[in-house]
Design a protein around this ligand. Structure first.
Ligand SMILES: *[C@@H]1O[C@H](CO)[C@@H](O)[C@H](O)[C@H]1NC(C)=O
Ligand SMILES: *[C@@H]1O[C@H](CO)[C@@H](O)[C@H](O)[C@H]1NC(C)=O
Ligand SMILES: *[C@@H]1O[C@H](CO)[C@@H](O)[C@H](O)[C@H]1NC(C)=O
Ligand SMILES: *[C@@H]1O[C@H](CO)[C@@H](O)[C@H](O)[C@H]1NC(C)=O
Ligand SMILES: *[C@@H]1O[C@H](CO)[C@@H](O)[C@H](O)[C@H]1NC(C)=O
Length: 336
């Protein structure tokens, strides 16, 4: 009994800890892109991401597309229909509000490009945080906070009036609160549960090395390629013995077509100073067994090949010599 208690005490924080980690890694983010090339044309497209996995898309004048078999989460078809209806009303109001705003404020001109990033993150204890940020022409201009729209720091002065107008729209404000406070965490919990198998998958990276000439004279750029890993967090560093090379340059993490990730880490070194350098990769799929690849430059490896060849020739030569000598011995014997 005592052992069981100990075991539970040992296991529970771990399982709980993993679940907490999972909640942290997977915010639900919805992106809205609205383009208004002129007063008579407009379109709004949407995307939803759970962490780094795209789950939904929503093209203008069409219904929501479910990109994963588990994209329905735990909502029924009926609930999705209701949600889609709310989103459609939101899209129509948004378009109308922008067109009204342009008429009111001569300072705003077509073409207009608006982006909205909205979503939520859930934490243990069933608490959630949410965000709703709006950018115009690529600049963050306002956020929805608590119950109303607020100006972003550094937003242009005309934003004040826009916010005043938006905040008089009680209906839209209530809808946004409902979507952020209740719908978003509900959808997120459902997706985490339904998509668990795919979200928990672990794919091991493979790594290889290459080099290119550096723009700096007499320098080489050593490149460590790491590919095929999932999930995204990864640690890649050039090292010399135990020492991490601070000047390691990490590229952007890029997507592979199969849903895994690719990253390259480069190190600029003086030609001839490559000896002892290695690329070290840590990833959750490797179970603490880091990948370590040692640099062996071209010349160095051709020496190795040369030495191996020389040894081989020597061995074969000696072998042949030995056979020849033994044969001769035999024939001497047979003569005798
Ligand atoms: C408005 O923009 C659309 C898309 O760029 C274009 O097809 C249309 O001709 C434009 N209309 C006017 C009145 O300029
Ligand atoms: C986007 O959809 C709306 C209807 O929701 C339509 O009126 C509009 O013309 C569409 N825009 C484009 C560029 O297709
Ligand atoms: C939504 O949450 C905010 C706090 O983030 C709170 O101020 C607001 O009253 C809530 N609204 C509703 C309708 O639950
Ligand atoms: C957690 O929150 C969600 C959505 O806010 C709610 O549907 C669910 O019942 C809550 N669960 C618990 C255990 O309180
Ligand atoms: C790397 O940076 C740390 C501090 O950030 C410093 O202590 C260490 O000496 C640096 N190592 C090299 C090789 O530059």
């Amino acid at each position: 009994m005592r052992y069981l208690t100990c075991l539970l005490l040992w296991v529970f924080p771990r399982v709980w800890g993993q679940w907490e980690d999972q909640l942290k890694n997977y915010p639900l983010r919805c992106l809205q892109i609205s383009s208004f090339p002129n007063s008579s044309s407009f379109r709004t497209d949407g995307l939803a991401w759970l962490g780094d996995v795209q789950t939904h898309s929503w093209r203008n004048a069409s219904t929501v597309s479910f990109l994963k078999p588990w994209s329905h989460g735990k909502l029924s078809d009926q609930q999705w229909q209701t949600l889609e209806h709310i989103l459609q009303v939101y899209r129509t109001s948004f378009t109308r509000d922008i067109q009204e705003l342009v008429k009111m404020l001569p300072i705003i001109h077509y073409p207009i490009e608006m982006q909205v990033s909205a979503g939520c993150e859930v934490h243990s204890g069933n608490t959630s945080e949410n965000f709703f940020n709006v950018a115009s022409q690529g600049q963050h201009i306002l956020s929805f906070q608590g119950t109303s729209f607020q100006k972003a720091p550094d937003a242009p002065p005309w934003t004040e009036l826009a916010i005043k107008v938006l905040n008089t729209d009680q209906g839209t404000r209530e809808t946004i609160q409902q979507l952020l406070n209740d719908t978003c965490p509900q959808v997120l919990y459902g997706l985490l549960e339904a998509g668990k198998a795919e979200l928990d998958k672990q794919e091991k990276p493979v790594a290889w090395l290459s080099s290119v000439l550096s723009p700096r004279h007499g320098h080489l750029q050593l490149v460590c390629h790491v590919s095929g890993f999932y999930p995204q967090p990864v640690w890649v560093m050039w090292t010399q013995g135990e020492q991490e090379q601070n000047s390691t340059q990490r590229g952007d993490i890029l997507p592979n077509a199969d849903g895994t990730w690719y990253l390259r880490a480069t190190l600029d070194v003086e030609a001839g100073e490559e000896a002892g350098l290695a690329c070290r990769v840590k990833h959750s799929s490797l179970g603490g067994q880091d990948i370590i690849l040692y640099w062996a430059d071209g010349r160095h490896s051709s020496y190795v090949v040369f030495i191996i060849l020389a040894v081989l020739i020597l061995v074969v030569g000696l072998g042949l010599g030995f056979v020849f000598i033994s044969r001769n011995r035999c024939s001497y014997r047979s003569i005798r």
